[in-house]
Design a protein around this ligand. Structure first.
Ligand SMILES: [Zn+2]
Length: 171
């Protein structure tokens, strides 16, 4: 680990403590060359297994770049995307495996993206789930609408709601 001040490679650990509920270890170090102190963090590497079988480290930046295209022209900010990537990482890490298939990362993206923007969600899902005809879109949109209608109705009357007559106007 190079010293961030002088790039020296010799440092001494002064103190180690767990952080993030045991998911990380932080070490306070002192550079033996310039004497400055800095902190390093150690976390387990989360690997994503691609369809080809190759693995790569999980990267929030990759989640963001994967979703950004679907969000073109939508009212989604960089902060929204950063938060989404954080939620995806939390969800994937919470599953507790050291390696996750890339498909699972895709699934973890769908929920938060849908909350963020339904149009972006549809675009992303259409590629991700290989929608290849209008019926696939129709089925997904019907599902989105029926869930929105249910959410807008009190639980008691949810069974009686007629989905087709309670569609919210898209904003
Ligand atoms: Zn140094």
């Amino acid at each position: 680990m190079r010293c961030p001040y002088c790039r020296g490679t010799d440092s001494r650990v002064l103190d180690s403590r767990t952080a993030d509920d045991g998911a990380a270890i932080r070490r306070r170090r002192e550079c033996q060359e310039c004497g400055k102190r800095f902190t390093t963090a150690e976390t387990a590497v989360l690997s994503v297994v691609k369809r080809s079988g190759a693995t790569e480290s999980f990267s929030r930046a990759k989640v963001i770049s994967g979703v950004r295209k679907a969000c073109q022209g939508r009212p989604v900010s960089d902060d929204d995307l950063a938060l989404l990537a954080q939620r995806v990482e939390d969800a994937v890490r919470a599953a507790g495996a050291a390696e996750v298939p890339s498909a699972e990362v895709g699934v973890a993206i769908l929920g938060p993206l849908r909350e963020l923007d339904e149009v972006a969600y549809l675009r992303f899902a259409s590629v991700y789930r290989n929608y290849d005809n209008l019926e696939d879109f129709e089925a997904e949109i019907t599902l989105l609408r029926s869930e929105a209608a249910l959410a807008a109705t009190s639980p008691e009357s949810a069974d009686a709601v007629s989905v087709s007559t309670t569609l919210p106007t898209p904003s």
